[in-house]
Design a protein around this ligand. Structure first.
Ligand SMILES: Cc1cc2nc3c(=O)[nH]c(=O)nc-3n(C[C@H](O)[C@H](O)[C@H](O)COP(=O)(O)OP(=O)(O)OC[C@H]3O[C@@H](n4cnc5c(N)ncnc54)[C@H](O)[C@@H]3O)c2cc1C
Ligand SMILES: *[C@@H]1O[C@H](CO)[C@@H](O)[C@H](O)[C@H]1NC(C)=O
Ligand SMILES: *[C@@H]1O[C@H](CO)[C@@H](O)[C@H](O)[C@H]1NC(C)=O
Ligand SMILES: *[C@@H]1O[C@H](CO)[C@@H](O)[C@H](O)[C@H]1NC(C)=O
Ligand SMILES: *[C@@H]1O[C@H](CO)[C@@H](O)[C@H](O)[C@H]1NC(C)=O
Ligand SMILES: *[C@@H]1O[C@H](CO)[C@@H](O)[C@H](O)[C@H]1NC(C)=O
Ligand SMILES: *[C@@H]1O[C@H](CO)[C@@H](O)[C@H](O)[C@H]1NC(C)=O
Ligand SMILES: *[C@@H]1O[C@H](CO)[C@@H](O)[C@H](O)[C@H]1NC(C)=O
Length: 537
């Protein structure tokens, strides 16, 4: 009896202390929140009041505002850290006051454009500090000038909207960017941006000519007023370390009125090892007009045994006659037939590549509803040397041993090899045959399932070590991966940042990014788990 009550008493004192500690913490947070909101209201431009755009966590619309642009359900858990408020900016001045007031009240800021960050860093912070989100989805205007072959695009626009607005005015213009139409311009362009025009025209950032950026002092800058170093940094170094990008001016590229696509499948039983081996010898050397991707997944064969299925999604900037001739000469192992090929306009090829059925109206690109939503994990690697047939046999075996493995090989070469690795922060240029994207999707919710699948993809990544780049093992910034290093912003932030910094940017570009960072944001206001640290931190 005595033991029980003493235990109870200890327990309730402990509980009381925890409650007190928690409420002290949350009242500190709520007073910070209130001061922050007062600052926003006080400082916001009376012609553009911010009041109606601030959603605190107790607001009944808060969960839906937060969830609308969560694009990885791994970060839609009750255990996922939540912002204290969200500002749905309608006007540049809303972002300017958000920066100024957040700096004053030492609040951590997150900027979200399309919400596709693979680690959710546009709406999650793992730092234990209170944070808020500036959501850019309302800022989505797109002004296309075919005469000048340029467009001004706000960061809250989606790629589908950009493609649609270009195609609306011209069937011989396009833009090199990602294949998923719901991606946001803000994260995608600032982190590089690649798609099936990359062998012809390079990355999105290779075709950006101007930008509007709000800096740490709340100033609105353009390319001229920010200077070439900062412009360089926000075209491939990730905007997030340097400010809030409001808009980019892009240079449109020419595409033929008719392009050719195909999406053929080959299984392991159809000589896939030979085809894959040959792919790695030719895919980066083809004519720049050809982008021939190779993706592997595991399926069951007719006997119910696991086997590998490859899909070869392809875009060719020319007609099917020329394409068949070209492939039968350089890649006969694939066995392409004229009947596999479909000719269409470039904008139709965007829909095709995304997986929409042929004949889908092009305004499907304007939908902001993703085709699929589930928890997932992505990793990336660069292939710089051929992989032997035995190598592919090993890869296929390991894919079958683990669950839900998908590997996509994206061909480099062409224009990508002609651009200097220092031209933009993105350094993976000449010398790279292909980039591998590792993708694991699952349906079960919860942290336990997530950890199981995370383990599978990490094991696959370990098995791939002999086949990919080393010292550093390079990675693609837009495929954000917190496994490759986290910056705790402790004493050695610069050294911590070197781990992921050298993988994403290599040494020289990382150094230059930290120099720009030190100049434009010396107090490191704009930061996240993988942001660019200052030189002195
Ligand atoms: C389904 C899917 C398909 C993809 N396909 C491709 C592809 O084909 N090619 C490719 O290159 N990548 C692809 N990606 C990766 C994609 O490019 C990146 O996730 C990109 O960062 C997404 O941009 P966002 O605006 O949608 O993301 P967000 O999550 O909004 O932002 C991503 C990062 O950028 C920061 N950020 C966002 N907006 C701004 C801004 N205005 N100013 C400063 N910083 C900002 C965020 O804080 C965050 O750190 C794909 C991702 C997904 C989920
Ligand atoms: C939620 O926030 C919005 C935007 O500020 C505001 O218009 C709305 O009245 C708030 N709703 C509630 C229930 O407080
Ligand atoms: C995200 O989680 C919330 C709360 O559990 C749920 O209501 C919502 O449907 C989830 N979103 C998606 C797209 O599944
Ligand atoms: C596009 O033009 C409109 C009207 O002139 C303007 O309000 C808008 O800001 C422009 N958008 C961009 C991204 O420049
Ligand atoms: C596989 O390759 C062999 C030898 O090159 C060839 O004889 C055979 O027809 C091919 N099989 C298929 C299904 O293409
Ligand atoms: C393959 O078969 C296994 C066991 O029979 C089953 O659980 C799995 O769902 C199947 N996979 C696919 C992709 O059909
Ligand atoms: C296909 O393109 C080639 C090269 O541009 C051209 O010479 C040929 O006439 C075209 N063929 C058809 C059937 O349009
Ligand atoms: C995955 O899990 C296994 C079994 O628990 C463990 O031995 C292994 O180290 C893990 N691998 C990785 C890469 O996390």
């Amino acid at each position: 009896m005595a033991i029980i009550s003493s235990f109870n008493m200890q327990f309730s004192i402990f509980a009381l202390l925890s409650v007190l500690r928690l409420s002290a913490q949350s009242s500190a947070t709520s007073s910070t929140t209130n001061c922050f909101i007062q600052c926003l209201n006080h400082r916001s431009d009376p012609s553009f009041p911010i009041t109606g755009e601030v959603y605190t966590s107790v607001n009944s619309s808060f969960p839906s505002v937060l969830q609308t642009y969560i694009r990885n359900l791994r970060f839609n858990e009750t255990t996922t850290p939540k912002p204290i408020l969200i500002i749905t900016a309608l006007h540049a001045s809303h972002i300017q006051v958000a920066v100024v007031c957040a700096k004053k009240h030492r609040l951590l800021m997150r900027t979200r454009s399309g919400g596709h960050d693979y680690e959710g860093l546009s709406y999650v912070s793992n730092s234990n500090q209170p944070f808020f989100v500036v959501d850019m989805f309302n800022l989505r205007s797109i002004n296309v000038s075919i005469q000048q072959e340029t467009a001004w695009v706000q960061v809250g626009a989606t790629l589908g909207e950009v493609y649609y607005r270009i195609a609306e005015k011209s069937n011989t213009h396009g833009f090199p960017a990602g294949v998923c139409p719901t991606l946001g311009v803000g994260g995608h362009f600032s982190g590089g941006g690649y798609g099936n025009l990359m062998r012809k025209y390079g990355l999105s950032v290779d075709n950006i000519v101007d930008a509007q950026l709000i800096d740490v002092n709340g100033r609105l800058l353009n390319r001229k007023s920010m200077g070439e170093d900062l412009f360089w940094a926000i075209t491939g170094g990730g905007g997030v370390s340097f400010g809030v990008v409001l808009a980019y001016k892009i240079k449109l590229v020419r595409v033929p009125a008719i392009v050719t696509v195909f999406m053929i499948e080959r299984t392991y039983e159809q000589n896939l090892t030979t085809i894959a081996h040959r792919w790695l010898q030719v895919a980066d050397k083809f004519d720049n007009d050809l982008f021939l991707r190779m993706t592997f997944s595991v399926i069951n064969n007719t006997n119910g045994e696991k086997t590998i299925c490859a899909i070869f999604p392809t875009l060719y900037l020319g007609n099917s006659t020329t394409l068949v001739t070209l492939l039968n000469k350089d890649f006969p192992e694939l066995g392409l037939q004229k009947s596999d090929c479909i000719e269409m306009s470039w904008i139709e090829s965007v829909l095709f590549y995304t997986g929409f059925p042929i004949g889908t109206p092009t305004n499907a690109l304007l939908s902001r509803i993703p085709q699929r939503l589930n928890p997932f994990k992505i990793k990336s690697d660069y292939v710089q040397n051929p992989i032997s047939k035995q190598g592919f046999e090993f890869i296929f075996e390991k894919m079958k041993q683990l669950e839900n493995q998908m590997l996509a090989f994206n061909p480099y070469g062409g224009r990508m090899s002609e651009i200097s690795e220092f031209a933009k922060p993105f350094p993976h240029r000449s010398g790279n045959i292909a980039k591998i994207q590792y993708e694991v999707n699952w349906e079960e919710l919860g942290v336990e399932a997530a950890n199981r699948y995370l383990n599978f993809t990490r094991m696959m990544y370990d098995y791939m070590t002999p086949f990919v780049s080393k010292n550093p093992r390079e990675a693609f910034l837009n495929y954000r991966d917190l496994d490759i290093g986290v910056n705790s912003h402790g004493k050695n932030a610069y050294a911590e940042g070197m781990v992921y910094g050298h993988k994403y940017f290599k040494e020289t570009n990382y150094k230059r990014l930290t120099m720009v960072k030190s100049r434009v944001d010396p107090d490191n206001f704009f930061r996240n788990e993988q942001s660019i640290p200052t030189l002195s931190s």
